[in-house]
Design a protein around this ligand. Structure first.
Ligand SMILES: *Cc1c(COP(=O)(O)O)cnc(C)c1O
Length: 297
């Protein structure tokens, strides 16, 4: 919990899988190794919001999320580290036993405010508290988030050698950042973890200052039933990925993105001979919602 953020821990893990097509290589960018709590893309997405908040003179940061939100715990940690107070508006009534995520956020000094699922939908009303709070969108969606996510590129060794980069898509902020930093010959493929979230194309385009969505590749067939849904087939797959490649994944984002990567390669959408990088965006919080012992890691 108290350990430092360590960019040097980020590395690339080659995956030697029997299902790779001829000449195709697959590497996984282990952003999850950044930190044991603030793992992955959330740190990148928060960076420029915190800088902007400091510039504006605000001393308190507020943001939104669910009881297992990677964003909430990352925001709580990052705020404490940067000397901000923090407020987390949490979706749903206060649970009798707080989730590990909420416990960690509270331990970082975040003041948790529980609101009903209905009230949670109206962010404008929730922000209207009369306090001097710098608000960050749920999931860090926005221009500053994408600017920070673009810096993920700096941590990809031999970044220019990849032909295809695959990542999970929630708000699409990370995808927008990766697209903005890509070379013209690199294809960035986003795997939507929400069911039928077709408006995401425009939301990503908005972060790229574009009105056209052509050329933004988001796959909608790998949500396994919807956000955070984890049927036994997904859990089995996660066990196998751990067993075969020593790769820990999470039920919300990275297991689905890794599965999609395999399917896109074996199905030929990513042609043989490609140099593929799958971004392990971190965030194992979702797994804490599972029963103990369900996963071997
Ligand atoms: C939040 C998160 C994502 C989604 O990032 P967006 O920028 O919201 O699309 C992907 N992977 C992990 C592990 C996350 O925690």
């Amino acid at each position: 919990m108290q350990s430092a953020i360590c960019f040097n821990n980020i590395d690339v893990q080659p995956v030697y899988a029997p299902w790779l097509t001829p000449g195709t290589t697959l590497n996984v960018l282990r952003l999850d190794k950044l930190h044991n709590v603030v793992s992955g893309n959330k740190w990148f997405k928060l960076k420029y919001y915190l800088a902007d908040a400091a510039k504006s003179g605000c001393t308190t940061i507020g943001t939104f999320g669910g009881a297992y939100s990677n964003h909430i715990v990352a925001a709580a940690f990052a705020c404490r580290q940067a000397g901000f107070k923090s407020v987390g508006i949490i979706r749903g009534e206060e649970p009798a036993v707080p989730s590990p995520t909420l416990q960690q956020a509270a331990a970082c000094g975040m003041q948790l405010r529980f609101v009903s699922r209905t009230a949670f939908k109206n962010k404008e009303a929730l922000q209207n508290t009369g306090e001097n709070i710098y608000w960050i969108n749920e999931g860090g969606y926005g221009h500053y988030g994408a600017m920070g996510a673009a810096e993920i590129w700096q941590h990809i060794p031999a970044a220019g050698s990849y032909t295809h980069i695959v990542c999970a898509v929630g708000t699409g902020t990370m995808l927008a950042g990766l697209i903005s930093g890509a070379a013209v010959n690199q294809e960035i493929i986003g795997i939507s973890v929400l069911k039928n979230n077709f408006s995401i194309l425009n939301e990503v385009a908005a972060l790229l200052h574009k009105t056209v969505t052509a050329g933004i590749n988001i796959q909608h067939g790998y949500h396994f039933g919807g956000y955070a849904k984890h049927p036994p087939a997904l859990i089995d797959y996660m066990r196998k990925v751990w067993h075969d490649y020593a790769l820990p994944t999470d039920i919300v984002y990275t297991a689905k993105a890794f599965y999609a990567t395999q399917q896109l390669i074996t199905g030929g959408s990513i042609p043989s001979g490609s140099k593929v990088l799958m971004v392990h965006s971190g965030g194992l919080q979702g797994n804490a919602s599972l029963q103990n012992g369900m996963l071997p890691f």
